[in-house]
Write a protein that binds this ligand. Sequence first.
Ligand code: EPU
Length: 424
Amino acid sequence: MHAQKFIIRGGKALQGSLRINGAKNGALTLLAASVLARRHITVSNLPQIEDVFRILDLLEKLGVSVERDSERTVRLGVSTSPVSTSLDPEIAKCIRASIVLTGPLLARFGEVSFPHPGGCVIGERPIDIFLHGFRALGATVEERSDSYRVRAPKGLHGARIFFRVVSVTGTETLLMAAVLAQGTTLLVNAAMEPEVVALADFLNTCGARITGQGTSYVTIEGVKAIDGGAATVIPDRIEAGSFALLAAATHGRLTLEQCDPTHLDALSAMLQDVGVRVQTDRISMTVDASHCSLVARSLITHEYPGFPTDLQAPCVVLLTQTDGESRVHETIFEGRLNWVNELVRMGARITIADPHRILVHGPTTLRGRSIESPDIRAGMAFIIAGLAAEGETNLDNIYQIDRGYEHIEYRLREVGADIQRADA
Ligand code: EPU
């Protein structure tokens, strides 16, 4: 695939409606859950994004049959043994989320091999929580120079597992490992994200016995087999939040259709504190920043239901447009504020206190620049910055954005954005 870039001309308030797609991180785990099931599972409302395509590639390489029922629906089936229990290293190294496949492979086939997930611009991304959990469930872990082999030839057994830090994919992976274990597993300090709840609810429809999802204590009573079933990916709260922040930063008005506003409480509160009007009903949210004076507010990222780290970068762009000083504390990933150096080149006035904390002084006029997208969410932040800025922004490395946002340029043009895709 050749390198592409976005050319963005900013300065317009965006107006209109955008439909929210299925959640990237919800889709990846539901697809991985197919490995557990002894009959077909169907996953619908899949976003058409690079990370979903790569996980489907990974599943096919394991021997899972992948049939496309329609553009957004796939039917997945695993025969009694997959062709392989080794994750393809090239794909697995690029997508950290591929690690969620280790839980179902170990549970169903008693073995999994996988590479160490690559370091990443947002932080170190260790996997100690996963290895600790596998050992607690009775598996042996062989650590090689750049890969792992985890084995439980006689099956896993239930255990009480305490998470030293709250981990979303850690919770999802160990939950899937435990559904076929003998006995009961208790996950303590589990992640409470809606994607974890959706996964547990779906597995329960397939015969799993999971309770407590959505709280920090999740109990899994092991069962003998997981049946087939059908899952629908929940709306992408991070996509909805990104578009909400885009509306606010451009002084526009956007209605986000087919989202779940109950998953966006922390964002709604932040927007309202800043002075943006937010209206919600059951499946939509309207964010109106036209004719609003925006005031600075401090931001602390936190595990769900707190303010998501995945919206920190888009929110920092909004804070550059507010009046006053905002303190931003990124508590989850130590590398997730590095991107602000480039925002400073666009005219933002930001003081970096340490890797986790910055001060944003606003309001500032942003100016278009040539920028590279370091990761999915900072990439989205640069789209927002480019659309709020004066002049032209050339945004490179947009594969990162395609990993998580479907056909972003078409959708944003519908609401008045001037954004074009071109060969880099
Ligand atoms: N951590 C450890 N040891 C581990 C695992 C995690 O110390 O073994 C630490 C991490 O270094 C981090 C903290 O725990 O400091 C939380 O990380 P977590 O494990 O929750 O992150 P993740 O599960 O790898 C998911 C999302 C991320 C999102 C984070 C936090 C998926 C596929 N990814 O990652 O999404 O930022 O939770 O909410 O669900 C994105 O979509 O752009 C994205 C990066």
